[in-house]
Design a protein around this ligand. Structure first.
Ligand code: CAA
Length: 261
């Protein structure tokens, strides 16, 4: 039985740091890791102090090197389906977390690791970031959302190339195809992720949360229904003190301070 704390959670100044921590297996996602990740996501969702989440991997070599192949190798059809459904549940929970999420990709992001990064809202990569969906080389397909979220982010052509060939994509190419928002040195990765989190934190929290919700829900909807949702949530924000504060501060040529009210 592995130790607890396969997924570390610390909260500093409103930013939750989630670190997949299983370095001996390059942070591979076992069932135990995924179960802990789900618990941490519950804690984050229910913590009013947390405004932004940064997801990373322990060490400087690997973000996450995929689902645990040793654990998967003897699975039956039903167990395979259950494992994929479980992974999809946890990553959808991450994708739909009320707070914005930033993946700080420090090395290998393969298979389930690429899918973990895809379930975050924004991806910043170190120069040694390497993405890939090598599942077909193992006789399976991506099972934690890769067949769906990769094409939604980089388009069908690139997603199919990556998944059919299993080839790896390094940081600069990942940026070119939209898989990474930016590339920084390994040393600067954490600071850059924190800087981006702080920029988000300066804005009205409900407005940030609502924008995430409307973008995510609207992306799966017919455009007119999605625009109706936008109008509804746009209107809802006029009930918040943060909207009053934000607009009054603008008119008075002052800086707004938001209180999540
Ligand atoms: N599962 C289990 N163990 C893993 C692992 C994984 N996905 N990735 C790495 N490890 C383990 C290795 O077995 C090794 O353990 P031992 O020291 O006990 O032998 C340890 O981590 C270090 O790995 P390597 O010695 O292989 O390190 P390397 O630097 O030579 O290679 C690597 C690094 C290229 C990432 C290589 O480890 C690798 O190819 N890993 C597997 C990547 C992969 O195929 N991921 C997809 C998994 S399937 C999936 O994720 C399905 C899904 O969609 C849900």
């Amino acid at each position: 039985m592995e130790n607890v704390n396969l997924v570390e959670l610390t909260v500093e100044a409103g930013i939750a740091f989630v670190t997949i921590s299983r370095p001996k297996a390059l942070n591979a996602l076992s069932t135990a890791v995924m179960a802990e990740l789900e618990e941490r996501l519950d804690a984050i969702e229910n913590d009013p102090e947390v405004q932004v989440v940064i997801v990373t991997g322990a060490g400087d070599k690997s973000f996450v090197a995929g689902a645990d192949i040793v654990e998967m190798k003897d699975k039956t059809v039903m167990e395979g389906r259950e494992f994929s459904a479980f992974g999809n549940r946890v990553f959808s929970r991450l994708a739909n977390l009320r707070q914005p999420t930033i993946a700080a990709v420090n090395g290998f992001a393969l298979g389930g690791g690429c899918e973990l990064a895809l379930a975050c809202d924004i991806r910043i990569g170190a120069e040694n970031a390497v993405f890939g969906q090598p599942e077909v080389g193992l006789g399976i397909i991506p099972g934690f959302g890769g067949t769906q979220r990769l094409s939604r982010l980089v388009g069908l052509g690139y997603a199919k190339e990556m998944i059919f060939t299993g080839r790896t994509v390094k940081a600069e190419e990942a940026k070119t195809i939209g898989l990474l928002n930016r590339v920084v040195t390994s040393e600067a990765l954490r600071d850059e992720a924190v800087k981006m989190a702080q920029k988000i934190q300066k804005n009205a929290p409900f407005a940030v949360e609502f924008s995430k919700e409307v973008i995510n829900l609207g992306y799966e909807m017919e455009i007119n229904a999605a625009l109706k949702l936008e109008a509804e949530q746009f209107g809802s924000l006029f009930s918040t003190e943060d909207q009053t504060q934000g607009m009054e501060a603008f008119v008075a040529k002052q800086k707004a301070t938001f209180n999540r009210k």
